[in-house]
Design a protein around this ligand. Structure first.
Ligand code: NAP
Length: 249
């Protein structure tokens, strides 16, 4: 349908939330999905869910905050499938604090998971993708990487960094048929945002022209589209999925 059947994808943070939804949606189009995250029990559930729907998936324990785990995980996935054609760098964490109270550790944890992890995993999988002369790299950034957000200097820096990385890499690999794009979700109801209090969520809701919070099902189709054959002329793009919360162009 969208030319994706038979392709191989790797989705990080596939154990829950947006990553899980992306994995399910890609699998529905006939993509075989390597599911990566730390929580193996949850990955097994997602794998079972995909298989029950007639799709194909394998689970891989992978900690994107650990270079060793990334190298080992990438090697195992490449040994299993020979290549990764679609990489969705989705794993992410928050450690919110006002800048004056933020510990070095809060900064380092967020940057190494959200940004350095995405870079190292991309690098580990890029060579076969370059050889294959076809690829899709999709980085899950955030509206906050465009607008900033009080209490999130670490998270906003990591997500803005992903946008810069997306555009720089898009220029490097375009001649090999590889596109690199970012998706910037707004306020999406997932375990990550479940910790926000009523005051925080109603402040965000007031800024959403479409009048509702987003769901994982709002984000996954954007990722599937960017992975598709039809999106082959789109690269270095940042796709907002935010209900109109920020219309940055
Ligand atoms: P979530 O429900 O908290 O899920 C985060 C996922 O990342 C989990 O599957 C988690 O798996 C994985 N993860 C975290 N640290 C990891 C690590 N060190 N190694 C491997 N996997 C790791 O969050 P979400 O809302 O779905 O967010 C997914 C992405 O969308 C994140 O990058 C987030 O920043 C971004 N985003 C979310 C929103 C929103 O409103 N929800 C808005 C904009 C952007 P394990 O714990 O099993 O490792």
């Amino acid at each position: 349908m969208n030319g994706l059947g038979g392709r191989i994808a790797l989705v990080t943070g596939a154990s829950q939330g947006i990553g899980r939804a992306c994995a399910l949606a890609l699998a529905k189009t006939g993509v075989t999905v390597a599911l990566a995250a730390r929580n193996e029990a949850k990955l097994a559930e997602v794998k079972a869910e995909i298989e029950a729907a007639g799709g194909q998936a394998e689970a891989f324990a992978l900690d994107v905050a650990s270079e060793e785990s990334i190298q080992a995980g990438a090697k195992t996935v490449l040994e299993r499938f020979g290549k990764v054609e679609i990489l969705v760098n989705n794993a992410g964490i928050t450690r919110d604090k006002l800048a004056m109270q933020m510990k070095r550790e809060d900064w380092d944890d967020v940057l190494s998971t959200n940004l350095t992890g995405a870079f190292l995993l991309t690098q580990a999988l890029l060579r076969p993708m370059l050889k294959n002369r076809w690829g899709r790299i999709i980085n899950i950034s955030s509206i906050v990487g465009r607008t900033g957000q009080a209490g999130q200097v670490n998270y906003a820096a990591s997500k803005a960094g992903l946008i810069g990385m997306t555009r720089a890499l898009a220029r490097e690999v375009a001649s090999r048929g590889i596109t690199v794009n970012a998706v910037t979700p707004g306020y999406i109801v997932t375990p990550m945002t479940a910790v926000l209090d009523e005051k925080q969520t109603s402040a965000m809701m007031a800024q959403i022209p479409l009048g509702r919070a987003g769901t994982e099902a709002d984000v996954a189709p954007a990722v599937v589209f960017l992975a598709s054959e039809g999106a082959g002329y789109i690269t270095g793009h940042v796709l907002d999925v935010n209900g109109g919360m920020f219309m940055g162009g």
